[in-house]
Design a protein around this ligand. Structure first.
Ligand code: LMG
Ligand code: NDP
Ligand code: PMR
Length: 398
């Protein structure tokens, strides 16, 4: 801490009461979001058209896998038009922030949530454990560490016949203790490959679907984080995010003929995660610049607060997992429960007051949203353009 304070004296101060006060006011303490496992009879496999047909022959179909979108503006009995439910895809909705957001949106009764998850059975159990009613969600298989899986997911989603009104790129992996890089199916370093490149392809492909939606508002959200922003105290905890001139990414991020790190440096799992978050925030802004005016889609990113209890830290050392939640709760006051964070992301999906495009949202200690300032690198338009072009090549779009 003393080290941090000396690195960034302007970013931190100590209140009279001894509370830590930081640039980002993201403090909110809420009860923990409890998730229990329950039994499920769902197949962990992707359910495609053939499988659906087979199930139709065998008997009644479960709502989760076979519902067809209700028609637009269904006429109510009294002749008045009622707005249809919105359809939102949330990646990584099987735990943490994604699950809490799915729950928050489903509970409004206004959204049907497509839970895009790599582990079908886990997602089904998770949805049941938090009590999402079955007509309000569908689980579809998506492994972001495989571009084939991303393309297959888009195909399956289109075959479901649902319009797409909002896409939330939420899933992520964090490998802080990895000594050596691991790789996606296409050979990209796993953190950037999953968190950035998988989502980049997914969102580029689904942009067309969003454009076609006739919903009252259409949104594409990519979850960012404070730790990728070096204009904050948290973003100055080493190793710091830095994309450099993108030479490692341009070289394919494969650790063979190029580095596994975007900036071309030595592999560092914690840095790779933070770099991937910078990519997420740059991508959101590039989407905004390229497509907002033409499509009317709202592009947003956010830092929901420090959700210190999620699965994101599963690879961290046990001591960290024990100390991190109390550290965030009682010392930095940056802690937020999964439930509260889910409500925040749900606001970014559906609140009319958060309709502005190109914004990186955060919340203050009274849980009020505000437009936050990104670091210099995370708001560098030239870097965003270059990142876009290099990423297009890597995922086979250019
Ligand atoms: C590193 O490990 C890896 O080494 C690195 O490779 C990389 O992967 C990196 O960013 C990822 O992680 C992290 C691991 C190693 O860190 C921890 O485990 C630290 C966890 C968080 C710090 C815990 C602080 C302990 C405080 C416990 C408090 C809990 C109880 C609260 C009860 C409150 C009651 C009211 O370790 C380190 O990083 C070294 C960390 C050294 C700890 C430094 C201690 C900081 C204490 C902060 C005090 C702040 C005081 C502010 C002023 C308060 C005024 C009263
Ligand atoms: P969790 O680990 O709880 O959730 C991550 C989700 O991503 C899980 O559902 C996981 O699936 C899924 N996932 C991981 N790899 C893949 C993959 N290859 N394909 C598909 N899904 C995958 O972490 P959080 O809820 O904390 O993280 C959610 C988002 O919030 C991330 O973008 C993270 O960067 C961001 N964030 C988190 C903060 C925090 O303090 N926790 C702070 C700021 C931002 P599975 O369940 O199968 O493992
Ligand atoms: Mg950090 C106000 C201070 C603050 C906030 C909001 C966070 C958020 N962190 C803060 C401060 C500190 N952290 C300080 C002073 C330290 C040194 C003790 C510290 C350490 C620390 C570690 C080792 N913090 C971490 C780690 C992680 O491994 C987490 C990480 O970097 O994941 C990439 C993490 C985080 N701190 C946060 C948040 C939100 C995270 C994790 C998740 C993320 O950014 O997505």
């Amino acid at each position: 801490m003393a080290l941090q304070a000396s690195i960034l004296p302007s970013a931190i101060s100590v209140h009279k009461e001894g509370k830590l006060n930081c640039l980002i006011k993201d403090c909110s303490i809420n009860g923990a979001f409890v998730s229990k496992s329950v039994k499920s009879d769902f197949s962990p496999l992707l359910i495609g058209t053939k499988e659906l047909k087979r199930k139709q022959l065998l008997g009644p179909i479960r709502a989760q896998t076979a519902t067809v979108a209700p028609s637009v503006n269904e006429a109510a009995p009294d002749g008045k038009k009622t707005l249809r439910k919105g359809n939102v895809i949330i990646t990584g909705a099987s735990s943490g922030l994604g699950l809490a957001t799915a729950k928050a949106l489903a509970d409004t009764g206004k959204w049907h949530v497509i839970m895009a998850c790599r582990n079908f059975l886990k997602a089904e159990k998770a949805a049941k454990s938090v009590g999402i009613t079955k007509e309000n969600y569908t689980v579809m298989h998506l492994d972001l560490s495989s571009l084939d899986s991303v393309r297959q997911f888009v195909d399956t989603f289109r075959r479901s016949g649902r319009p797409l009104d909002a896409l939330v790129c939420n899933a992520a992996v964090y490998l802080p203790t990895a000594k050596e890089p691991t790789y996606t199916a296409e050979g990209f370093e796993l953190s950037v490959g999953t968190n950035h490149l998988g989502h980049f392809l997914l969102s580029r492909l689904l942009l067309d679907d969003l454009k076609k939606s006739d919903y009252e508002q259409k949104r594409l959200i990519i979850v960012g984080s404070i730790t990728g922003n070096t204009n904050t105290l948290a973003g100055n905890v080493p190793p710091k995010a830095n994309l450099g001139d993108l030479r490692g990414l341009a070289g394919g991020l494969n650790g063979l003929n190029s580095s596994a790190m975007i900036d071309g440096g030595e592999f560092d799992g914690a840095k790779a995660y933070k770099d991937s978050k910078v990519c997420n925030m740059l991508t959101m802004q590039e989407f905004h610049r390229r497509f907002h005016d033409e499509s009317g889609i709202t592009f947003s990113s956010l830092y929901p607060g420090c959700i210190a209890t999620t699965g994101l830290f599963r690879e961290h050392i046990p001591l960290f997992r024990i100390l991190f939640p109390p550290f965030q709760k009682y010392i930095t006051k940056g802690y937020v429960s999964e439930e509260e964070a889910g409500k925040r992301l749900a606001q970014v999906v559906s609140d009319l007051s958060l309709a502005k495009s190109g914004v990186y949202w955060s919340w203050n200690n009274k849980s009020a949203s505000f437009e936050n300032q990104l670091s210099q690198e995370a708001s560098d338009a030239e870097k965003a353009r270059k990142l876009w072009e290099v990423s297009e090549k890597l995922v086979g779009l250019a």
